[in-house]
Design a binder for this molecule. Structure first.
Ligand code: PEP
Ligand code: CO
Length: 447
């Protein structure tokens, strides 16, 4: 990797970075951070890369999902449990639909930094730094909360570690055991039309598991530990650098704050600091791709980020919006195909479909989300390419942030339980419903 070091990004213009008022305090926090043990290991990261390569070829399907932004206050057993449950339920539905294994990746255990369009916010004549996620400052509109605080970096790292620790314990302890899918809270599905379908699926699973146990002569769980990976937007480069190391017995540098860091749509410019940092780390990485991306620009980006053209290295998370995807995506797919560049294509049907209601509430319509997913499947099918996965903003709670779906949420309902400080998320029922609809597409295209 020519001329790359974990800090070489500092010689490039860095967007969305934070102005701290005390450089010594920041340096001290980063030094302390870099001495802490990693949150994930390079062994897990390498395993994920293989699975993403499989997803790119259509041998597996990627389900990536979670909050737009985690808050420190989300580091709670019940909330983590609920998020994990809905993701596992969705993946179960997708496995049955696709007949393929699913790689599960949460936007979790580190999704604490947000890109913003302005650097300050003014209310009643008072101007303060904008909220950039709990990694940087706090959302309350007071000078002390909005001050970028270097200690938040350590707090975020600790809470990420606690979150993944709890997830690992739940999974290792048999909580997601295929023998007991019925514990996954079916009661909360209520009258949702998917409830019957889910019950039938669970019954089918139970019988299959019994059959396999009997055939193997030992419980299936001994072979099938549920795997789960983490991801976050690698926005705050000082933070990512502090977590980057060259582990023993490895030649490369790994960002071990997460398995799959991604570059956001606002920081993916070719000459910028984020591309410089990401090109040198050994993790599989994601890049958001919006409707402004041109085919030649994408090709250059892919060559910079994946010069060896390795499968699984690069996941392109396309977020065009339902109205633009059929127009914009084919030329991108075609350009990479003609150059034989290997990528894993993923559809983020959330970020191109955000709009504001008359009273200024940020929302998305379930139908637009579904339409973007379906159009992406179509585009890839026509191009002889593969849609390898989906990327959702979602939660295990019954929030009211996205309109539509068979729960029938309208704009008038949004105020009932709108909790997100940033983007609107699919609620529990909407998430599961979408999983069924994606599974249907996968089944239809299974051949
Ligand atoms: C996000 O994933 O929350 C986000 C900010 O997305 P994008 O970079 O695609 O706008
Ligand atoms: Co978002």
């Amino acid at each position: 990797m020519s001329n790359w070091t974990p800090s070489s990004w500092k010689s490039r213009p860095a967007k969305q970075q934070v102005e701290y008022d005390d450089p010594a305090e920041l340096a001290d926090a980063l030094a302390r951070l870099s001495r802490l043990p990693p949150i994930v290991t390079s062994w897990e990261v390498e395993k994920l890369r293989k699975q993403l390569a499989e997803a790119g070829r259509g041998e597996r399907f990627l389900l990536q999902g979670g909050d737009c932004s985690e808050r420190f206050s989300d580091c709670r057993a019940d909330l983590i449990d609920a998020k994990l449950k809905v993701l596992l339920m969705m993946s179960t539905v997708l496995v049955y639909g696709s007949g393929r294994p699913v790689v599960r990746v949460g936007r979790i255990a580190g999704q604490y930094a947000k890109p913003r369009s302005e650097s300050t916010e003014t209310i009643n004549g008072l101007t303060l730094p904008v909220y950039r996620g709990d990694l940087v400052n706090r959302v309350d509109f007071t000078p002390s909360s909005r001050r970028p605080n270097p200690n938040n970096l350590l707090e975020a790292y600790s809470r990420s570690a606690m979150t993944i620790n709890f997830i690992r314990s739940l999974l290792a302890g048999g909580w997601a055991d295929v023998h007991h899918p019925e514990v996954w809270d079916l009661s909360r599905l209520g009258k949702n039309p998917q409830a019957d379908e889910y019950h039938a699926l669970v019954q089918h699973m139970r019988e299959s598991v019994r059959f396999l146990d009997a055939t193997l002569g030992r419980p299936l769980e001994e072979l099938a530990q549920t795997e789960f990976y983490t991801s976050h937007e690698g926005l705050h480069l000082d933070y990512e650098q502090a977590a980057t190391e060259n582990p023993p017995l490895r030649t490369g540098w790994y960002d071990l704050s997460t398995h799959l860091p991604w570059i956001g749509e606002r920081t993916r410019d070719l000459g910028g600091a984020h591309i410089e940092f990401f090109r040198g780390i050994a993790n599989p990485i994601g890049v958001k791709v919006g409707p402004g991306m041109e085919p030649e620009e994408l090709l250059e980006l892919v060559r910079v980020l994946n010069p060896e053209n390795e499968a699984g290295r690069l996941t392109l998370i396309v977020r065009m919006g339902a109205k633009k995807v059929t127009d914009r995506l084919p030329a991108l797919v075609d350009r990479l195909k003609r150059s034989e560049q290997v990528v894993t294509w993923c559809c983020d049907p959330m970020h191109g479909n955000t709009y504001k209601t008359a009273d200024g509430t940020k929302t998305r319509h379930f139908d637009d989300i579904l339409a973007e997913v379906n159009s992406s499947f179509e585009v890839h099918a026509s191009a002889g390419s593969v849609l390898g996965g989906v990327h959702f903003e979602m939660t295990g709670q019954n929030v009211t942030e996205v309109v539509g779906g068979s729960c029938g949420l309208t704009e008038a309902d949004l105020a009932t339980a709108y909790e997100s400080d940033v983007d609107p998320r699919l609620n529990y029922a909407q998430s599961l419903e979408l999983a069924f609809l994606v599974a249907r597409q996968l089944k239809k295209r299974r051949g």
